[in-house]
Design a protein around this ligand. Structure first.
Ligand SMILES: C[S@@+](CC[C@H](N)C(=O)[O-])C[C@H]1O[C@@H](n2cnc3c(N)ncnc32)[C@H](O)[C@@H]1O
Length: 224
């Protein structure tokens, strides 16, 4: 197992489909993932075909900005699959505020968060950042968003403006077809980049996520 240093994520060169994180809660698998012990340390296998963050790392993104001890606002947490790996990355000193507006998935998310002291489920609409201001810290180190909505860029910018500290990282997993199904994904990516560049964010990297996710790109931004 080899550490990809800057990400606090690990890889095994023989396993193309997986990355690995150090398990915050040893012996506990959350999504039937494989647990592997290497030199006395337990790792959770992370299927990058199920995670845009994992896919972006496999695609060689230069940074994800998520470090040990960080507080992360995660928008579109769903059942908690990728959030659970973010929870491993930030570790005991960090925290992941998990927002989703679908009661059905938040029910499952609650069980995942019960297993971990550094994750909390919040049933809320990310269109209204004000609605969770009493439930999360005033400023976070990272905003991560994976929400397939037409106005996903507006949602992202609203939340970064409301909660992201200056110099903090914003990661936007963009689904082009949700923005406009009639346009080519490449054109959407260009438009989104322009929109981000006119905002309070600077785009520091951008990756298409194929072959892991079709018509998706990850934008890594930093708050000015
Ligand atoms: C693609 S899934 C997220 C998968 C998750 N990020 C992962 O990798 O494990 C998108 C999620 O966004 C949520 N969502 C859509 N619109 C939302 C909104 N306005 N506010 C909060 N969550 C929203 C959906 O309920 C869905 O669970």
């Amino acid at each position: 197992m080899k550490r990809i240093n800057k990400f606090n994520v690990f890889e095994d060169n023989k396993q193309k489909r997986f990355l690995y994180t150090q398990n915050l809660v040893p012996s506990k698998a959350l999504f039937e993932e494989e647990l592997i012990i290497d030199k006395g340390v337990e790792f959770r296998a992370w299927d990058v075909y199920r995670s845009k963050l994992g896919a972006a790392i496999k695609k060689g993104i230069s940074q994800i900005g998520i470090k040990q001890g960080d507080k992360v606002l995660y928008l579109g947490a769903a059942h908690g699959f990728t959030p659970s790996y973010v929870s491993d990355i930030v570790g005991k000193e960090g925290f992941v505020f998990c927002i989703d507006n679908a009661p059905r998935v938040v029910r499952d998310l609650v069980f995942v968060c019960e297993e971990r002291t550094n994750m909390a489920p919040i049933l809320a609409d990310a269109n209204h950042p004000d609605s969770y201001k009493d439930l999360i810290t005033k400023e976070v180190d990272v905003v991560y968003q994976d929400i397939a909505q037409r106005n996903q860029v507006d949602i992202f910018l609203k939340n970064c403006d409301a909660y992201l500290k200056k110099g903090g990282f914003g990661l936007l997993a963009l689904k082009a077809r949700s923005v406009d199904v009639s346009k080519k994904p490449g054109d959407i990516f260009k438009e989104v980049r322009k929109q981000l560049e006119k905002s309070s964010m600077v785009v520091v990297d951008q990756r298409k996520l194929e072959p892991y996710e079709k018509d998706h790109a990850m934008f890594v931004c930093k708050r000015k």
